[in-house]
Every structure is written in C-alpha cells, then in structure tokens.
Design a protein around this ligand. Structure first.
Ligand code: BGC
Length: 716
C-alpha cells in the first residue's frame, strides 16, 4: 500500500474517483463511438484519468500539464496508444513477426517501439495482442501471433519484457496491455465482434496459456475482449476475470475494457441500463472504462441502488493509481517525452526494421531456382497494385506510423539494382473491377529476365472490422495474374509472385502456377529494402508461416493441432473424415518456409528414454545444407501423447531451434524440453503428468510426413 495513494483516495470526490476509472480518446484513429465532452475541461476537472489515441510530444505534454498543474488533485494522466508493431517506425505486422520464431528479436522490436513511443509521452500500449487465431476470415489474425498456443505464450513473454523493460518507471518503458482476454480469435465464422462458443478445454489449452505467460512476465494491464464466451460477455466475465486471472493467476494489475465495451453490455442483452452494465463490469474486476459513459454515469446510480460499494470503487481506483505510481508518473509526469530522439536512435531503429522484415517474409515456393535473382539480371518487370504501394506497407495497425516514410518494393529494387532496367505497371487496382490496365502490363513482359508479380490486400482489408468471407485476391488481380502467367509461359520467363496481406490468402492456383511465391505480409517501413535483400539473395529467406494456409474456404478453421478422428482420412475409404471435393491437406502447413539452402535431416536422438516430471529431455538432430547457398533453418519440435485419458492433439509444438549452415556444411540442432511441459489439462482440467509413451517429432514444419520420429516414455 502506498501512503501517497491512500492519502489521495481520502481526498477524492466520487466524480474524481470515477474520472480515474474513465479513459477518453483525444483524436486520431477511432474504432467506435466518440464522446462529446470538452476533453481539456474534463482533464482539469479530474473527470478523465487516462487517454488514448493521442500522439505527438507537444500534445501529450500539453494535456499532461493540464492534469498535473490545473486539476485539483494534480493526478497525472495515463496516456495509451495501440503500439502493436512499432510507433513511428513500423516493423512487420505481428502475424509476420511471429514467423521469425525469434524471441530475442520480438523483444528487441517491442523495446524499440516502446522507446520511440515513450519519447512522445506515451506510457501505455494496448499490446501485445495474444489472440490465437485459426480463421483467416477474421481480419484481426493480422494482429495476432498466429495459430499456436505455445508460440503465443513465448511471444507474450518476449513482448511484455520488451515493452516494459527492466523497470517500468524508466523514461523509456511503457506498460503493456495483453489483449483481448480471451478467445476473441474464435469468433463465429470469422466475423468480427461475433459470439464465441468454445469448450472449457479449448479455453485452457488454446486461449489462456498466452495470458498466463503474460501475467508471469509481469504484464501491467489486460484488456477483456469485446465478445461473449458461451453467453457471458468477457467484459462481465467474473469467473474468468476475477476467478482465473486475478485469483488463480495472481494478476493484480489494471483491467482496461475494450473500446465502449461496458456500454455494449446493453446490446449483448445482459444489462438493462448503464448502471447495471457498470455493476457487472466492476464486479467482474474491470478497472478502466474505455470510451463509454458507463462508469462515469452508471456507477453513481449503482451506488445509490446499493449494487456496488465504495470499497469496490476504491479498489479499482487504487489499482489505477498504483499503475501510475509504478510508471513513475507521480514523481515526474514529463519523464516520457522529455526530449526528442536523436538521429542515431532513429537510424538504429530503421536498421532493426529492415532486419526483422527480412526475417519475417516467408518463401512459400521456389521452383526452377527462380530465386534468388541472378547477379546477371538486367530487365525486371515489376507488376501489380502492391509493387509501388508504400502507404500500404505498414499494415492495419500502423497507429502513429509514418506511412509515407515506408519504402515500396519498387523503390527498394531501384536502390538494390541500380544497373537493372525496371519496368513497372500496376495493371489493376487492389480492388474494383477495372481491367483496362492489364494489356499494357502484359505488354511490358516481353524480353524480361523475370517478372515480379506484386499482389494482395490493401492494409485496411485486415485488422479490426475487416473480416472477409472469401479471403482471396480482391478485385481483378487474378485476371492480371493469369494474363501475366500466360504470357510468361509463352516466353519461358520466371514469375515470382509476392503476396502482401494481413492473413493467409486462398490462392492454390497461384501457388501452382507461379515459379516462386513469397508471403511478404505487411513488412513495415523498410518493406522494399528488406524484400530486395531477399530477392537478390543478399539474405536467404528464413521466415516460417505461423499459421496454416488453407486451399479452400471450406477447410476453415484449419490448424495443425487438431485431435485425431476415429476415422482418419483415407482416400480409399468413403466413410472417413474428409471432403469429397478438396483434400484435407492445407496449401501450406504451419512452420513452412524455404530458404536458398536445402536442408536434410538425419539421426534424431532423444535422451533419456524414460523421464519423470522433473527431468529434461534432450533432442538432437543432424542437418546438412546440400544447397548452393548459405541459409538458416528453423527446426521444430512437436510431441504427441500416444494414449492418454483425454485425446491429445495430433501434433503439439514444444520447441524450435535455428541453425545456420554454409553450403555443403553439416551441423547438429540441439533442443531441450523440460518434461514438465508434457503436462496437459487432465479430465477435470487439472494439469496431469500422465505416464505413457510420447512421440517426439522433429523437422521443418507441421507436416507429419516430413518429420523424424523418436519418443520417450513418461514415468510417474
Ligand atoms: C480494439 C482494441 C484497441 C482499442 C483502442 C478497439 O476497437 O478492439 O484492440 O486497443 O480499440 O484503440
């Protein structure tokens, strides 16, 4: 207990207390209803305690000054923003960054984003987003670390460490807010804000682990999701918020509602008025009401009705003030944003943006050695609506990002290949039905050494409120691609397709017909330079897809961690678990990604053969790079309990390692797996370490046919 906070609490009026529990938007990106009040006046009166969507050193400072110099109690403001993948300097979207499979890098990008945001006076980010997402129709898959719960937990720890740094009070640290708690990724049919209905087991195995990891890493705040889970809106979910998060996991930080979510409890049909909505949220443990009048207007009524107590309100206020204190805001409210950054810091950040972008792009296919482009390349055709689309490169949550500062692929190629002739035409727009530019684009292909076909989505086609029932190439891009592919085949010119998107796109025809295919996702500020590094072979691609790519919409949700069927698919037996019209197999499995090397795996060793819960399993596998280029391989470790009381997934990710090898070189990848990680939620969801055989599978992706198989036996 802090004496300062207790003294303040004694002096606060009810309106001032509710002010500390209310967060208002200043300006900029708006994702819901806005408020009419005079913000400056509200800050002076102490009826707003935190802000979102405010950027710029001068503006954050000006409002902070009103709070600490002109309000009665001089309580500093908490200023938050969605800094998902960079503040001004944009790193790749989270889904892309997850594919780097590199905790140190994830932490570094979060650290840099925090430093840059803090230099502008920001003290809180609504990140990391930890929704496990297995449905590419859902646009917010772009903000997530992908489909795997184990990976999401790793990512959670790295991001919390990165944003918060070693000391939350430091001038360059910002509070993280893990979101959206929980299971938002499982919205019905991939439609944003739609209901969620998942089993308790799926909650515990898939959706909760990343939040447990964030709490363990000391995350300062958590945001409940907009959605309901099995009929109970998360904003009012007492059992999960108070029960699981606070009581079981010991989370004592601040719970911040999502935008307008408390007032939306009325539309969910669980509260009749604002007072009832505010009561539900407060009782569930939500401390801050973001962008709704529920706490400000509803809690006084709820108090009068005797539905909430002043002690409950005080407990929430205490948590908010404690966060402000931990952030050092009482001691020096201007410590963040004290001085503009120097040019060196900005340049260093851009170098990191280029590095992480090269590490995130996934080479999905590379036939006929189409890539890397040879040193002799003279004439390149750079076609498609995403070829010179700098403003799209930042992706969907480029909060304060300087979109105009991003480098398009065409610009990156110009810088990397100054002697080459680059012919460019968009051919078609990203969306719309105008095909008139196709013929001219095709005409450019004659005599080209290679064609780069840059296709995909606009940045705003993924992210929040951007669900797509048919996540394919929008507009007339397929028509452009087919015309180009036809022409290229006639001239025997290699076609390299580069996809920009916030989700896996359904493009089986393109994957079959293009010589090479890259998932660039949205690579951020340094997009063009990073892609040029990869295309020219300066760097070998090493990104892996953190999400399965479907070949048809009807396969969704598709993910590698499925449970077995009693009738596994068998092409020769009709009465098995399969489709009549498409294969069960995805277009690309989780973890897939090529480089310019060629890796062969052999000699898997798993020791010891029998382990107890406290032992560590050592896994080694030999690799040889039989390709012609130096490259880095990501080696995945999966497990499978052969027989258990509850059917276990066909594959569970439990580790990865990276190994870089020169052409012709051999090496050994070593992984260690604490046997305790083989615990799983037993029949009553209490974690069990169940004796029996566990397969240990090692290889380049979640395709069982490509994995080496060993095993261990668990003993009680
Ligand atoms: C989103 C959150 C975000 C908030 C504030 C909401 O619409 O769901 O993820 O943090 O807006 O920008």
């Amino acid at each position: 207990m802090s004496a300062r906070i207790e003294a303040l609490l004694k002096r606060m009026t009810l309106a001032e207390k509710l002010g500390q529990l209310s967060m208002s938007a200043a300006h900029d990106a708006i994702t819901g209803p806005t408020e009419a009040h005079d913000l400056a006046q509200a800050v002076r009166q102490g009826t707003v305690g935190s802000l979102l969507n405010l950027t710029g050193r001068e503006r954050t400072r000006a409002l902070q000054r009103l709070a600490v110099e002109e309000s009665r109690l001089r309580i500093p403001l908490l200023i938050g923003l969605d800094v998902l993948h960079g503040y001004r300097t944009l790193f790749p979207i989270p889904l892309a960054e997850a594919g780097a499979f590199d905790e140190a890098l994830w932490e570094r990008t979060a650290r840099e984003a925090a430093i840059e945001a803090a230099a502008d006076g920001i003290a809180l980010t609504f990140a990391p987003m930890l929704d496990v997402a297995r449905d590419p129709r859902w646009g917010r898959i772009a903000e997530s670390p992908g489909e795997d719960p184990w990976l999401a937990a790793r990512y959670a720890r790295a991001k919390v460490r990165g944003f918060q740094g070693a000391e939350l009070a430091a001038a360059d640290a910002i509070a993280a807010c893990a979101k959206h708690f929980c299971a938002y990724g499982a919205v019905c049919a991939g439609r944003d804000y739609a209901p969620v209905d998942v089993s308790e087991r799926t909650l515990h195995e898939v959706h909760l682990p990343a939040f447990a990891a964030a709490v363990e890493a000391g995350v300062a705040s958590i945001m409940p999701a907009f959605v309901d889970v099995a009929g109970v809106p998360m904003t009012a979910h007492r059992r999960l918020l108070r029960g699981w998060l606070r009581d079981e996991q010991g989370f004592d930080g601040v719970l911040i509602s999502d935008y307008h979510a408390i007032a939306e409890l009325l539309r969910h049909g669980v509260a009749a008025d604002l007072a009832a909505a505010a009561t539900l949220a407060l009782k569930a443990g939500v401390d801050i009401d973001m962008m709704s009048p529920a706490y400000r207007e509803g809690l006084p009524v709820a108090l009068e009705r005797g539905h909430v107590t002043m002690d409950e309100i005080d407990a929430a206020v205490r948590r908010v003030l404690t966060l402000k204190e931990r952030l050092g805001l009482f001691d020096d409210p201007y410590r963040r944003g004290a001085a503009p950054e120097d040019a060196g810091a900005i340049a260093r950040r851009r170098r990191l943006a280029r590095e992480i972008a090269t590490r995130s792009v996934v080479l999905l296919k590379n036939a006929r050695a189409a890539l890397p482009l040879g040193a002799a390349v003279r004439r390149l055709c750079v076609l498609g609506p995403l070829a010179d689309a700098a403003a799209e490169m930042g992706g969907c949550w480029a909060a304060a990002g300087r979109r105009e500062a991003s480098v398009s692929l065409l610009e990156g190629l110009r810088a990397a290949l100054p002697q080459a002739e680059l012919r460019h035409a968009a051919g078609v727009a990203i969306d719309g039905d105008d095909r008139r530019g196709i013929a001219a684009a095709v005409a450019l292909c004659a005599g080209a050494d290679a064609i780069l076909l840059c296709l995909g989505e606009a940045a705003e086609m993924s992210g929040e409120a951007a669900s797509r029932a048919c996540p394919e190439l929008p507009g007339e891009q397929r028509a452009l691609a087919e015309a180009v592919l036809e022409q290229a085949r006639a001239n025997d010119t290699p076609v390299i397709a580069i996809l920009f998107s916030g989700r896996p796109l359904i493009v089986p025809w393109l994957a079959e017909r293009a010589d090479a295919l890259l998932a660039a996702w949205f690579p951020g500020t340094e997009a063009g330079h990073a892609l040029a590094d990869l295309l020219t072979g300066r760097v070998s691609p090493s990104g892996r897809t953190p999400v399965t790519w479907p070949r048809a919409v009807g396969q969704i949700p598709i993910f590698f961690g499925q449970r077995p069927s009693g009738r596994p698919a068998d092409a020769n037996d009709r009465y098995t678990s399969r489709y009549l019209d498409v294969p069960n197999e995805p277009l690309f499995p989780f973890g897939h990604g090529l480089g310019y090397g060629r890796f062969e795996y052999s000699n898997l060793r798993v020791t010891p053969a029998i382990v107890g819960a406290r032992d560590t399993i050592r896994v080694c596998v030999d690799l040889a790079n039989t390709g012609a280029h130096a490259a880095e391989e990501t080696v995945f470790l999966f497990v499978r309990h052969e027989v258990a009381r509850v059917a276990r997934p066909l594959l569970e990710l439990k580790g990865y390692a990276r190994i870089a090898l020169e052409p012709g070189a051999r090496g050994t990848a070593q992984l260690s797996l604490p046997a305790a990680e083989l615990r799983y939620p037993g029949p009553d969801l209490v974690p069990v370490f169940e004796p029996g055989a566990v397969e240990i599978l090692v290889g380049p992706c979640a395709d069982r046919a490509r994995l080496l198989v060993g095993g261990v036996r668990l003993r009680a």
